[in-house]
Design a protein around this ligand. Structure first.
Ligand code: PLP
Length: 415
């Protein structure tokens, strides 16, 4: 992926031999890179087009299904630089973890680990809690003979990513009330799991969960994968007392797609790494983390925490305003706004229309947008469509506005 970006159309298909003969010689390219830096390289053509796949304008936010987020040029450059050397990966992981703890000012005794993603962080985090540094246990997973075997979770917090907890072999014990929790705790209990975006759905809230885990002398895990912004969430949960916390690297932090952060107590992070790639005969060996991802993740985090988040939010509102001004000129079209409490906590716009004036269902509208050129992906809302603007690239707000106006106009009901 990374090397493909500096090749032109023929280069991509035919390799360097073809490229040397093309107008843009390797020598010229190198000179260009030295002058302008790698980030200044221009894509001679769209690498996805080469494969016959259409790229989309992403008005839905940080969806893994659509490729998560787009990494900033500084991260691209860091990953490219990392790709040019060999390094002992466990040493790199430990050093990156220390740097992450510094960047986030994690509590004393806490460090970080770059994983393959938040899902990978859940799996290696739980593996480590179960095996500690016992080499036999590490090899044995998901056979839990000799280890603890249960994880407590609120019934309303069951979600697709508890598959990564179950992959370690543990049984999930569902509870609803604090009293259920008291009864569920046993010598078999390894940890208590919290799914942060489901905070509102559960009877026991995020801070109470951490407090109760201390009361029962159990470690607790918070999956906060998509729960930044706000940037403060990156340190809020470890400060709250969570022993392990995960965030996706490839969502709003705009790190490498195949990266995530596991933050937590030094001992638990050490055990998590022992259960993960590059170590062999581990459950986590399938969740390889490259040197490029580790370095890129640290760089992305540095950039993210030092960003002007206020200015970014203003820009996201400005983009939605651009779209609103155009689409509300079509009679019957209205826009409304909200900010989700948690996960994709960014300005979000609902686009609604009066079906007596515009003859279009939301499914039809979404399909038309998807099939337009360029293809646009928005979300479905209760009555219409919804979108956010934080993953848009420059100029895409105007394209969305034009396309929406076009489809609304062509489906206007004549009076
Ligand atoms: C996206 C997400 C994950 C998975 O994160 P990856 O970084 O894609 O592995 C896990 N949990 C929640 C709540 C998520 O939103």
């Amino acid at each position: 992926m990374k090397s493909a970006r500096k090749w032109n159309r023929r280069g991509f298909l035919g390799g360097l031999g073809v490229m040397a003969g093309s107008a843009l010689s390797v020598r010229k390219l190198r000179a260009h890179v030295q002058r302008r830096g790698t980030a200044a390289l221009v894509y001679p053509s769209n690498v996805y087009e080469e494969l016959g796949v259409t790229t989309v304008i992403n008005g839905q936010g940080t969806m893994t299904m659509l490729g998560g987020s787009v990494i900033p040029p500084e991260v691209e450059a860091a990953m490219e630089a990392a790709s040019r050397h060999y390094v002992h990966l466990p040493d790199l992981e430990v050093a990156a973890g220390k740097r992450i703890a510094q960047i986030l000012k994690l509590p004393e005794g806490y460090t970080g680990l770059v994983t393959s993603g938040a899902a990978g962080a859940i799996q290696c985090g739980y593996s480590g809690v179960l095996t500690k540094d016992n080499p036999e246990f590490i090899k044995q997973l998901p056979d839990l003979t000799g280890m603890k075997s249960e994880v407590i979770i609120q019934k309303s917090h069951r979600y697709p990513f508890d598959h990564q907890i179950r992959a370690t072999g543990v049984k999930l014990v569902e509870i609803v009330t604090p009293d259920d929790l008291r009864k569920a705790v046993s010598p078999r209990t390894a940890m208590m799991h919290f799914s942060n975006y489901l905070n509102a759905a559960g009877e026991i809230k995020v801070d109470e969960w951490a407090r109760l885990s201390k009361q029962y002398h159990l470690p607790c895990f918070n999956d906060a994968a998509a729960d930044t912004p706000p940037v403060s969430h990156l340190w809020d949960y470890t400060n709250m007392g969570y022993d392990l916390v995960t965030f996706s690297g490839g969502k709003a932090i705009r790190g490498p797609q195949c990266a995530g952060l596991l933050l937590g107590r030094n001992d638990l992070i050490h055990y998590a790494l022992l259960n993960n790639s590059p170590y062999e005969d581990t459950l986590g060996r399938g969740q390889k983390v490259g040197k490029e991802e580790i370095v890129g993740m640290v760089k992305a985090l540095e950039l993210f925490v030092s960003e002007d988040h206020h200015a970014l939010t203003e820009e996201w509102w400005r983009r939605l305003d651009t779209i609103t001004r155009q689409i509300t000129k079509v009679p019957g079209v209205t826009a409304a706004y909200y900010v989700p409490d948690i996960a994709n906590h960014v300005p979000t716009m609902e686009i609604n229309w009066d079906p007596r004036r515009i003859s279009l269902t939301s499914d039809q509208a979404l399909e038309l947008l998807k099939n337009s050129k360029p293809s646009i992906i928005l979300g479905r809302s209760r009555a219409g469509m919804e979108m956010n603007s934080f993953m848009l690239q420059p100029g895409e707000d105007r394209i969305i506005a034009q396309q929406l106006v076009k489809i609304f106009r062509t489906h206007q009901v004549s009076a």
